[in-house]
Design a protein around this ligand. Structure first.
Ligand SMILES: [Zn+2]
Length: 245
């Protein structure tokens, strides 16, 4: 029922965007770092901070390489694939994600704004040279920790660390400002400033659809709230859109 209502709203939109969080990737086996059993309950956020990387790059990478290794076995699930389908159908124009697992791109979404970066990529903190994360993990595995660039600089993950600004925000804000509908999937909408994106769409008269297993602070202003697993709800939604658009 919920998915059918979402299809009605999306069909009336001309520039719908999606905004996704950890909940869309849990079915791919990626833990929600901020959830009840999340990694940040076990490790303090300082472990993934820019200060820790600068002060103790070796310690940073000892921790971070484990976290990085866990994403390589993950594949996109039906939720990611459904959003890629919605883009192909011309329904969703942009996917803005808080996730750093790169699964939207792997699923086939082409217009993706990765607010917090992409853990599959690294770069040199000194000269900016790009490195793949698998290459960096191999360096660490063979005893080169911290991993170093040919220029001697420390290699870092291409993600926004705690203590760093969200450089993609202006791009996301501009997408939100020109959108008339936002489909939020699997985000608790508690992480700032990312959670201002769906709010912006609503603020200038757009529609807000929330698909999330738990309640969010934005449920009350939403046009439609669907409680459920992202992959189930989006699968149904695509079926409605594909058959009737
Ligand atoms: Zn370098």
């Amino acid at each position: 029922m919920g998915a059918e209502n979402a299809a009605v709203i999306l069909r009336s939109a001309s520039k719908a965007i999606a905004f996704t969080g950890a909940g869309i990737s849990t079915a791919s086996g990626i833990p929600d770092f901020r959830g009840p059993k999340g990694l940040w309950k076990t490790y303090p956020e300082e472990f993934a901070s820019i200060n820790y990387l600068s002060d103790d790059p070796r310690g940073f990478w000892e921790f971070y390489s484990t976290r990085m290794g866990s994403i390589f076995t993950a594949a996109p699930n039906l939720g990611h694939l459904a959003l890629a389908d919605l883009e192909r159908l011309g329904i969703i124009k942009v996917v803005i994600t808080q996730n750093i697992d790169g699964l939207h791109g792997l699923a086939g979404s082409r217009n993706v704004i990765e607010l917090h970066g992409n853990m599959r990529r690294c770069y040199c903190s000194k000269c900016g040279a790009p490195y793949s994360s698998s290459e960096v993990l191999r360096m660490i595995g063979s005893g080169t920790n911290p991993p170093l660039c040919t220029c001697g600089g420390v290699i870092r993950p291409d993600v926004v660390l705690f203590g760093e600004e969200v450089k993609m925000m202006p791009k996301a804000i501009s997408a939100a400002n020109s959108s008339d509908c936002v489909l939020v999937v699997g985000s608790s909408l508690t992480v700032s400033p990312a959670n201002s994106i769906p709010y912006l769409v609503k603020q200038h008269g757009g529609r807000l659809i929330i698909v999330n297993e738990e309640r969010t602070p934005f449920d009350e202003i939403a046009d439609l709230v669907i409680g459920g697993a992202a992959e189930d709800v989006l699968g149904e939604l695509v079926a409605f859109m594909a058959n009737r658009v």
